[in-house]
Design a protein around this ligand. Structure first.
Ligand code: OGA
Ligand code: NI
Length: 366
């Protein structure tokens, strides 16, 4: 296997840019300077409202799906997937085929990267006009309440979209580890798209074809410990603009919570499982049958947490609208307008993350 060289970083003119974001402090450094400080810009809740609507007892109800059964076309598992997407919008996949070694290497190398001195990490700093690299995305005003996290964001597929100057050279071999992990996740994603096509009443390859080219981006979230986890959020409530998102969490730390009937349900890590959620694209294509559920991350008082989100999205030019056959069979009207994916994605990035605000923009006014 060829490895991604450290020396040759050739700028690729065809690689798209996404959106600007304002510069904000590095949260990991804030905590290092003074573990007790929580600047006002991060405080969203003096009164503990973040703790309301806790529905943690429902955690064990979040479906667990066996990908090896799905890929064999197992009817029962496909039904389970259908139900998971209708009722939860989130599920965990086991027997997904990504080697444990690949998952562990990604965790080890990433932990090492985030422990590097700030100036070393800033060699890969996000530029002001785009969201690839190390920094913060979705910051659009000086007034907005900030998330208690730093991130490393990279576009990984198609490979000609890569901007290798943002791919860290330290720790050694990290680029190849990112590549191997992303390849594993992509295979899981393609298998899921096949199953989604099936439960949406289409040929296995329909959804993949509709994407023209499958684009994959990775966002590694670093949530430093926080002395007041009751007052801040690691990531604001949002739904993902993706088709599907595949997330790896650390097995011993909580953080991710999903909105279920108005309450917040923590997604408890299942060792070596991957968390999958339906994104806005599936919500629109399915005319709302499958929901792109709002989710958020809370912080921990004594431990930093790292999560690995991979977003699978269509090519920028693809037009997304409810699929005719799904609208007919539900004998309802189209609930969403036609959107050009690239425009939809960029307009969502020009706003702060705000619940379901962007799917709302795509909704037909009634
Ligand atoms: C995201 C996300 C959740 C988490 O990156 O879009 O929702 O647990 N992350 O980090
Ligand atoms: Ni998300």
């Amino acid at each position: 296997m060829g490895s991604i060289s450290d020396e040759t970083v050739v700028e690729n003119v065809d690689a798209p840019t996404y959106a600007p974001s304002l510069p904000v402090p590095n949260v990991q450094e804030l905590v290092k300077e003074d573990p007790l400080q929580v600047p006002d810009r991060y405080v969203r809740d003096q009164d503990g409202i973040l703790q309301v609507n806790d529905m943690s007892w429902l955690s064990s109800e979040i479906p667990i799906i066996d990908l090896s059964l799905l890929s064999k076309g197992n009817k029962e598992e496909l039904n389970k997937l259908d139900l998971a997407c209708k009722e939860w919008g989130f599920f965990q996949v086991v027997n997904h085929g990504v080697a444990k070694r690949v998952l562990q290497d990604m965790k080890d190398a990433t932990a090492e990267f985030f422990e590097l001195p700030l100036e070393e990490k800033n060699k890969y700093a996000m530029p002001p006009d785009d969201i690839q690299g190390y920094g913060h995305a979705y910051v659009v005003s000086e007034e907005q309440t900030l998330d208690w996290s730093d991130a490393l964001i990279l576009v990984v597929y198609p490979s000609q979209y890569r901007k290798l100057k943002f791919w860290p050279s330290t720790p050694k071999g990290y680029k190849d580890i990112i590549e191997a992990y992303s390849k594993g996740v992509k295979d899981v994603g393609v298998e899921l798209l096949r199953s989604f096509s099936t439960i949406m009443g289409m040929d296995q390859d329909a959804l993949l074809g509709l994407h023209k080219e499958l684009v994959q981006a990775m966002r590694v979230n670093y949530y430093p410990e926080c002395s007041r986890p009751d007052q801040v959020l690691g990531i604001s409530p949002h739904s993902d603009t993706s088709t599907v998102t595949i997330l790896m969490q650390e097995h011993d730390k909580h953080g991710l919570q999903i909105n279920h009937n108005g309450g917040w349900v923590p997604v408890k890590p299942v060792p070596d499982a991957l968390v999958v959620n339906v994104g806005d694209v599936i919500e629109i294509l399915s005319n709302g049958k499958y929901k792109s559920i709002e989710h958020r991350a809370v912080t921990n008082e004594s431990k930093a947490r790292i999560s690995y989100a991979s977003f699978l999205v269509p090519h920028d030019d693809v037009e997304i609208e409810p699929l005719d056959h799904l609208v007919d069979t539900q004998s309802t009207q189209k609930m969403y307008k036609k959107v050009v994916y690239g425009e939809y994605l960029r307009s969502s990035m020009k706003r702060r993350m705000e619940g379901k605000a962007h799917t709302q923009m795509a909704k037909v006014e009634t």
